[in-house]
Write a protein that binds this ligand. Sequence first.
Ligand code: NAD
Length: 354
Amino acid sequence: MLHVGINGFGTIGKRVADAVRAQPDMTVAGVAKRSPNFEATIAHDRGYNLYAADGQAPFDGAGLTTAGTVHDMVEASDVVVDTTPGGVGATNASLYEEHDTPAIFQGGEDPDVADVSFNARANYDAAVGADTARVVSCNTTGLSRLLAPLRENYGVEKARVTLVRRGGDPGQTSRGPINDTLPDPVEIPSHHGPDVQTVFPDLDIDTMGMKVPTTQMHTHSVNVTLDSEPSADEVLDLLSRETRLFLVPETLGIDGAGKIKEYTRDAGRPRGDVWENCIWAESVTVEGRDLYLFQAIHQEADVVPENIDAVRALSERTASAEQSIERTNDALGVGRGLVEHEGEIRRADSIADD
Ligand code: NAD
């Protein structure tokens, strides 16, 4: 069993901890937190060893027993997943080095925090044998999963993506906007394109970002100029074989992120999490070599299975990308509870043509 410590128990950290616990080959060594807030009580209720990142006194004061300091947790871990806020992870890098413990950072850190920027579908092997990896951001994860099979099968001349981003997560009461539509960042390209290039260094990609008043999901408007001219049905067939892409059938009547979240809550997903990219099948359109589609990305959830694969890549060094992805998916339930879609998704107009 791999003992995995999680430093930072917020939006991503609590999900990664639960995902580690679900794996047959991993166990939670502990979780480190700074403050004894509601998430600390959840960690305690879940039975995770709680370590103090910033002194044990506040936890003692709140009646929460700690197992030691964050140093003790790192020492007890085979791998640490750092899920502290963006920029804080880099300040923890020396802690992991000091204990010679492999570490995984998140997309809020600069790429140079780690040996490799990681996406399991795109470049798992690059992280095998590395001491550190950075699981790329939710948006970059969503784009990497989509672009990897397109590049392998058709070649990509250029990708252009407009990312309509959620203003904040449900728990982020200070984020916004609450009544506006912001070009964000206003500079073009947005930072997302260069981030995707940390996974695919030779990819030509331009991105534009916006922020809107929702906490549900990000939505991407995607245009990819391919090197060849597949039909829309061929693209749908290709994407339907990807385990972390969900092609939303028109028959479900899902018109936005709210209904996707409602669907996954109804399906019994923990926290209503959507680990897969949700691509509206009806939107998949090919004109010449230009592919167009819309996809929604659940920012709180899509990086979670990627963190699990990153743990295996850094530590186990024997599982292949396919084996790790399959093991993670099985244990977590990725793809489960959503309609069987493989081979069934066709565009309505092409069905009418048959
Ligand atoms: P968060 O604020 O929800 O959680 C961070 C947690 O770390 C909080 O509990 C905070 O109290 C704790 N913390 C702060 N400083 C700490 C320290 N020094 N030691 C230990 N714990 C500390 O943040 P998040 O949304 O989970 O983001 C974590 C990372 O994941 C960031 O790099 C972020 O960019 C990335 N990420 C976030 C999302 C998202 O949508 N939330 C998606 C993908 C990637």
